[in-house]
Design a protein around this ligand. Structure first.
Ligand code: GDP
Length: 444
């Protein structure tokens, strides 16, 4: 347990009905005692207390107070939560009193969660889930984050690690007692355990859905010649039942991205016109960039119009399942039944476009019991799988081969074991930790 006690406001900045200040560490209870003249409230029982400045005796607020004892709190340490009235003066005065107390200091961003991790309350995959949950803007992002926060991934990894440890222990016993006669079954039992883990990892990797797809959503590139009506379409989509989550510049200086919440699913529209038109050197470069963005997108919407036919190089980018729209149908009727008729300007046909988008997006929604894995988890599991495949290869039909190289066999299994440990944060993670915890804001 860390020696010092930390505190921070855990609710968002600004004025509100309630603002929660969390205090975590060995001095949490004594801090509360010093600020009230009533006995400590029972753990986990909401209690009203008059909160005072211990120096001046001045009353600061009349908040609801919650206490958690060590081992039963978010951080694993003694925690006190002050549910203050959310005014600036109240908060400022309480933070001032806390800051003045010896042994107390303001928490760093993410430090409460860091302590929860250090005290074994959360594993690393849960910490990542919590960060995603706080950042979630749509229902599917929320679902993916909760899945991860529930700890299912860590549970599986720990079960595999335990099973591998049993196999490894048997292997290592054969190294330690190399001079003695080792029964053949020992190798076989070890190999059975290890190969069973290999098979489970392989099957999970094959059936898992990418969590990023639910978290980051669909990337939809809008393609078409200048003037086809791409910007008008984006505006029309944004005005309908799809809500714009945010309208932010893309990762590159000149791509335009609009984030939508389409029935709970995050969708990012990329206006490739922006890329083409803002490429200040040669138009060619802009077109190539738009092409690359389109190829990387999960779905493409091609927009053609009477005065803006689809260029051959744009048509070539389209794949099965992509949407082809005939815009400005108010000016010229639909020439080709494979296209969806649209008047982005009047709004005619926009509902059909939204329905098609929604169908595509719905088909990508993983079943409720699906395992969701982030790229980091998939990479570590794939590494474990490679190592275990190498073991299985070594063990294949001839136990003598392992018997001849038990150290090598154990080393291979240990590599797999370490790769899984990186998922839960039990091994080899120093560099990773700073990256993951830096995503949290103050008070989390
Ligand atoms: P972009 O270059 O593809 O983004 O095209 P814009 O969205 O800027 O549209 C080009 C022009 O076509 C604008 O003057 C729009 O008002 C017009 N336009 C867009 N959609 C329609 C439509 O459905 N019907 C008609 N009549 N004009 C449209």
């Amino acid at each position: 347990m860390a020696g010092d006690t930390i505190f921070a406001v855990s609710t968002p900045p600004g004025v509100g009905g309630v603002a929660v200040v969390r205090v975590s560490g060995p001095d949490a209870d004594a801090t509360l005692t010093a600020m009230t003249d009533a006995p400590l409230p029972e753990a986990r029982r909401a209690s009203l207390r008059l909160l005072c400045d211990p120096h001046s005796g001045e009353t600061l607020d009349h908040p609801l107070v919650l206490r958690f004892i060590a081992g039963e709190s978010f951080t694993g340490e003694p925690v006190v939560e002050l549910h203050l009235h959310g005014g600036r003066a109240v908060l400022a005065s309480v933070l001032h009193v806390l800051g003045r107390r010896d042994g107390l200091r303001l928490a760093e961003p993410g430090e409460f969660t860091r302590r929860a991790f250090d005290n074994g309350r959360l594993d690393l995959s849960q910490v990542e889930g919590l960060a995603d949950l706080i950042a979630a803007e749509t229902a599917s992002q929320q679902r993916a984050a909760l899945h991860q926060y529930s700890g299912v991934i860590g549970e599986r990894c720990r079960a595999w690690s335990t099973q591998m440890t049993r196999g490894l222990a048997l292997l290592e016993a054969t190294i330690d007692f190399a001079d003695e006669e080792i029964p053949v079954e020992t190798w076989q039992i070890a190999t059975d355990e290890i190969v069973a883990v290999r098979d489970a990892i392989r099957s999970d990797l094959a059936s898992a859905h990418p969590a990023e797809r639910m978290r980051d959503g669909w990337r939809v590139a809008i393609l078409g010649a200048p003037n086809a009506g791409k910007s008008t379409l984006i505006n029309a989509l944004a005005r309908r039942d799809v809500a714009i989550v945010s309208d932010i510049p893309g990762t590159t200086r000149d791509s335009i991205e609009v984030h939508l919440d389409l029935g709970g699913y995050p969708v990012t529209l990329i206006d490739t016109a922006g890329i083409r038109e803002s490429a200040d050197t040669v138009e060619r470069i802009g077109i190539e960039r738009a092409g690359r963005m389109a190829a990387k997108a999960d779905l493409r919407i091609a927009v053609a119009a009477p005065d803006a036919a689809l260029e051959a190089d744009v048509s070539a980018l389209l794949r099965e399942g992509d949407l082809r729209l005939w815009n400005k149908v108010d000016l010229h009727p639909l020439p080709d039944a494979s296209m969806l008729p649209l008047s982005a300007k009047t709004g005619d046909g926009i509902d059909a476009v939204i329905a098609r988008l929604r169908e595509t997006v719905d088909s990508a929604e993983p079943p409720a019991d699906a395992l969701l894995l982030q790229q980091r988890h998939r990479a570590a599991m794939a590494e474990a799988l490679r190592a275990l495949d190498a073991y299985a290869e070594l063990a294949s039909d001839d136990p003598d081969r392992i018997q001849a190289a038990p150290e090598l066999a154990a080393q291979i299994v240990r590599e797999a074991w370490e790769a899984l440990g990186r998922i839960t944060g039990e091994r080899g993670i120093d560099r990773l930790l700073d990256v993951i915890f830096s995503e949290f804001c103050l008070g989390k």
